[in-house]
Design a protein around this ligand. Sequence first.
Ligand code: PLP
Length: 406
Amino acid sequence: MKHDWKALFSDNIREYGGYSIGKIMALCNDPEIISLAGGLPSPDMFPKEGIRTASARLLEENLEAVFQYSPVPGEASLMEAVTDYLAADNIGIKKDNLVITSSGQHGLDIIGRVLLNPGDTVLLDRPTFAGAIVAFQMQRPRFAGVNLQPDGSDIIVYRKKIADLRKAGQTPKFIYVVPDFQNPTGITMSLEKREALLDLSYETGILIVEDSPYRAFRYQGETVPAIYSLDQQRDGDHVVGLYTFSKLFCPGIRTGFAIGPPAVIQAMTNVKEGNLLNTPKYNQDLCTAFLRDMNIDAHLATCRTFYGRKLKVFLATMERYFPEKTGVTWTRPEGGLFLWVTLPAHIDTKKLFYEAIKFKVAFVPGEVFYGENPENNHMRVNFSYASEEQLAEAIKRLADCISNQL
Ligand SMILES: Cc1ncc(COP(=O)(O)O)c(C=O)c1O
């Protein structure tokens, strides 16, 4: 006998479709396709010797403990190493400001669970990280988006939006931002806007969620202080920071951390206890070794040189194949792993994606990066994974694919 199990699904899950990038990535399996779609760091940048040495030591000296359950908030040794790592970025935290997560995506999931009831409003940039939208969607919130500007979030429009929403009886719960080399655009929020965002948060009591996986990957220009550190300078507690080892170290380690006000971190830890229990100690110990023993400063310098060169090649090749008359424009990030390409308004990048697959090149259609009212003529491209030669070839293929539609 067969049953309609879907009839039993919860209200939160019945309409929930998961991550559409995942489905698109599945179409990129053909080895002849050069994929600019994923957000993968290059395996050339995995600190392989360090991983081998640390793994061998863990298995030799500590196997029993490493494969045992471990504390829900995180391993003390990793929490101390993370505290030191953040201190170098002018962020001062104590134990009750920190929970280890099983990746940045996990951090997004648990902050969404802690803060959102169905129908609550989340403020976010247009566009913003699709994985955050998907994580928050699990709680069925409403999204109120504000168009991103070349120097980051539009705080003036955020302020207006909050006032309008309040008039309609809706106070948003939090503002979600990726201030450093945003995924998908590569845009960085200016210092003035970070301060203005804090002002807005203080005025309205709306929390800021600062998601920052790419902060260490600046290839040119000056570092802008983390919103978390600016908040601390003003003796505030209005920011939750989400971090991950995925890009710094390697994504397979599935480990990250969240920092914030003790009450929020305690609630996130409680949710973690229910949905995961502990992040594997083995993974955490490798992250501790990464921060303590793998010469992280030299490692990050190597990553910056490696990815910075790829970005240069990418931008130079774009100039060559997309002269001004094509009407194609793109962002020019100072770091991170992505940039955002805008095509003339009549080109729908979702349709173009299937065309591009025939030309053996892939990107992510821009529409997945909007919480509401998606725009259809953008694409996100990643420049960290493909080789420099592949990047140049991928842009040539893109230009061939797009040329008959311009
Ligand atoms: C802005 C942002 N947040 C969070 C994540 C999640 O990363 P992970 O789950 O690999 O830690 C990513 C990954 O691409 C990202 O770009």
